[in-house]
Design a protein. Sequence first.
Length: 476
Amino acid sequence: MNRRWVCLWLSVVVWGPSCALSPPSTARTLPERTPKQVAQRVRRVSRGQVPTIAIIGRPNVGKSTLTNRLCDAGQTNGAIVFDEPGVTRDRIYQHATWEGRDFDVVDTGGLLFDDSDGLFAEEIREQAQVALAESCAAVLVVDGREGRTRIDEQIAEFLRKQRKRNFRTVVAVNKCENHRTEVSLAADFWCLGLGEPMACSGIHGNGVAEVLDELLPSIDDAWEAVAAKAEKEKHESSGGALVSSSSSVKVEEDDPQIDVAFLGRPNVGKSSLLNRFLGQPRSIVSSTPGTTRDAVDESVTVDDRTFRFVDTAGVRRKTRVTKAGPEEKMVGRALLAVKRADVVLLVLDSTVEPTDQDAALARRIKQDGRACVILANKWDIKDDKDEASTRIAAKSIRESLSDVAWADILFVSAETGQRCLRVYGAVETAVKNHRKRVPTNVVNEVIRDALLWHINHWQCPLFFVNTLSNVFFLPK
């Protein structure tokens, strides 16, 4: 008897026969729900339950650094910071607390109003408009060292057009580390017409407390509005009125949440799948590899179950990752999201055979002990699709990704939405099997049978048991 026999038995016991020997398209959908019914129950979780502050500014003025300082986030948990324009592209949300008030801070990409000046300029402007629509106040970050520029004036005019009632805009003059010159540096930005400019430093933390104090009235007003809305909905609900929303839903604190992280090589369609699941352009999508930089998260609810999806940057081979740019930090954030996730969606390009890098990512999922669902994307452009070719493709994937051969495989298309609604059921099944606890007597029986089949059973090593599950008790 060898080690492979014991591994097979334990995989059947721990994850069930369907996970060890399941055919390629056996991922279960939500119970007794057709795809159309599931689509009607998918609702995006509104961020309006917590006040949000938008960070706006031109490229490379220190928005991400100031955001990390406002949220007291370090290099690991905060937004990616690198001395290079255009690092941040999507909206990055972080939680902050100041003077007993909780609120969210959304970091945005550098705004440019000439599409020829920068990459994804139009998409970044759209992301900034969404951030402003969700926010109760904004912080315009400018560079005190370079002084007022034409782009700063354009952004100030842009903010005045976006202003809502009681919408406060605070001008934060960043990079003012010298106390002697900060007053003169900040005075140059009175011409923006957005109130008193406040000198601060995202690196050293100077003046950040004053910026937060200026935002407190808007945060308090937002909390009062949230409380009034909740009271109104409670009153209408008690009166028999049905309160519903097609774009958002309120989630209770005790609502179970499943953290789902995307993982895959660059340009396999992770961001497109996230946008398909949410039904809106949450992440910037393009055919250029490496479009997504930082981890982008968003939550949806399906039948009172919350799914928090985290889009990550594409992970290349370790030898190809350049240390001169932000790519090393991008890969680190992607792998950190995998460690924190309940389920990892390993996204493949179905138009090509699984690569060695796909196998390396599958091995990483196994090492981190995460549940996994394999998504073979771009299935709509696959030629000559039939049941036989699908089984051949699934067999090839399982042979190439032997570390996660037990995972369910779904052949999906982010472009057309084919089989995307089945992902929710596959994720729930993976979480259920991953959290399953095997009784001690069952584990002991499997180990006993393995030892009896082994010729020199008294010399059979048992260290490999921990690679499959957590063994809390095993008698000698």
